[in-house]
Design a protein around this ligand. Structure first.
Ligand SMILES: [Zn+2]
Length: 443
């Protein structure tokens, strides 16, 4: 008897498979029920192993592993043929040669696709085809493509998303150790257009591996960071048409990353500086290093999740001295020229995690920085999330949408609650409240 039964997440831990599947339409992926993959391949990113005589485990780690069973050994060895080199017709022929019953191959392909375990070596649409034709470029991005196959479920989605990154525009405000490296990372990961904004010239202490090079000392900071980003790109992305000129924040950026060199601005991001972003509905993500603490977040989805204004109001509620302190810090900065502390490894870590959160968002997910700041401090380096609750007095309007999420007096309890709220729960909640794709990247 030949069979390939149901699929389920491996072990007792939750799988992100369902989260990936829920927004699989973001890049125009086709439904496997309506259209079979042209060249099916079992996702090579997931290592395979037999758990017992009739159960196969795909993947090693709890986040993405899944078991499929019952599966007999004949079907198990047939999986090796699903490697993207054969179309369905040829696969059926191979199945007949192996004495698999009629319809078995189609059923297997269908079930694997439904479980999110199947990719399509020829899928993803025209943009994916264009990317495939650039062999050198795709080779640079192969690990990223394999990784995307873990967070997408429909065959062809992974390369579709990778190709979609090429048409995205991200603005980065601030080109110090963190911002310049974020620019290079996003560019290297295939984001097509990186627009870096900053003032002044590169100082010796701006230099860092992957970010601004020592040769750029004395050059305009924004131009040097743009050059570094271009150098990291796997390809020269296609030229875009003229941009709309109606204001800085309505130019169609999929995301704005705010990575100030000023440590006060990292600790206490200015609500007024983000006003135009809130008004235009532009998603933005904060990142930086203040003293010995690295910060990633919040990712602000205007009107949906807590913003810089919400953060400020919440702090003033909890600490009556907050407005007085922040006024002193702000007026103090700039008076004396000083180099703020910024540990190179910490800045690099922050830049890496910022880019990862940005890419997760650009690829159609809602990462855990939405409504939270991830913080890590030297020298213990434990990461934890501090929630940024939507505040009723903040004009961004997020509090009206997140009914029931008003701040309590105890920040400790917030942290506990944040840790108990997985990101995909927030994602589901956010998805339920707005039309699909509202916060997805403009592609
Ligand atoms: Zn707000």
């Amino acid at each position: 008897m030949v069979s390939a039964g149901s699929a389920s997440p491996a072990g007792s831990e939750r799988s992100t498979y369902s989260a990936g599947k829920s927004d699989s339409s973001a890049c125009g992926g086709h439904s496997t029920d309506s259209m079979a993959p042209l060249a099916p391949l079992v996702k090579p990113a997931l290592k395979r192993g037999w758990r017992d005589l009739n159960t196969v485990q795909f993947g090693m780690t709890p986040a993405h592993a899944m078991t499929v069973g019952p599966m007999d050994t004949a079907t198990g060895s047939f999986l090796d043929l699903l490697n993207g080199t054969r179309g369905l017709e040829l696969l059926r022929e191979e199945g007949r040669r192996m004495d698999l019953p009629d319809g078995h191959v189609d059923g297997l392909v269908r079930r694997l696709a439904r479980a999110g375990l199947l990719d399509d070596a020829k899928g993803g649409g025209p943009a994916a085809d264009a990317l495939r034709s650039k062999e050198g470029v795709l080779d640079r991005l192969r690990p990223d493509l394999a990784s995307l196959s873990l967070t997408t479920s429909e065959p062809g989605d992974a390369i579709g998303r990778l190709a979609a990154r090429r048409s995205l525009r991200v603005q980065i405000r601030g080109a110090g150790r963190v911002g310049a490296l974020v620019a290079s990372l996003l560019s290297g990961a295939g984001v097509g257009e990186i627009d870096v904004r900053d003032v002044g010239r590169v100082e010796p202490w701006d230099v860092g591996p992957g970010g601004l090079p020592a040769e750029a000392i004395g050059d305009r900071r924004d131009e040097a960071a743009r050059r570094a980003a271009r150098r990291s790109a796997p390809d020269r992305p296609p030229r875009r048409g003229p941009r709309p000129s109606s204001g800085e924040d309505s130019t169609g950026h999929s995301l704005v990353i705010i990575a100030p060199r000023d440590d006060v601005a990292v600790h206490a991001p200015s609500p007024s500086a983000a006003e135009a972003l809130i008004t235009s509905g532009t998603p933005h993500l904060y990142a930086g290093v203040v003293e010995g603490t690295g910060i990633v977040g919040p990712l602000v989805l205007p009107g949906e999740t807590g913003c810089a204004g919400c953060l400020d109001q919440g702090r003033a509620d909890r600490d009556p001295a907050w407005p007085r302190l922040i006024a002193q810090w702000r007026s103090g900065s700039g008076r004396v020229r000083r180099v703020p502390p910024c540990d190179l490894a910490l800045a690099t870590t922050v830049a890496g995690l910022t880019a990862a959160h940005a890419l997760a968002f650009l690829d159609g997910h809602v990462p855990s920085s939405a409504g939270a700041r991830w913080e890590v401090s030297l020298p213990g380096l434990s990461w934890h999330a501090r929630p940024v609750w939507a505040h009723a007095a903040c004009p961004c309007g997020a509090a009206e949408k997140g009914e029931g999420e008003h701040p309590s007096e105890d920040e400790e309890s917030h942290e506990t609650m944040a840790e108990q709220r997985p990101s995909d729960e927030l994602s589901r909640k956010a998805d339920a409240k707005r039309p699909a794709g509202t916060w997805r990247a403009h592609v």
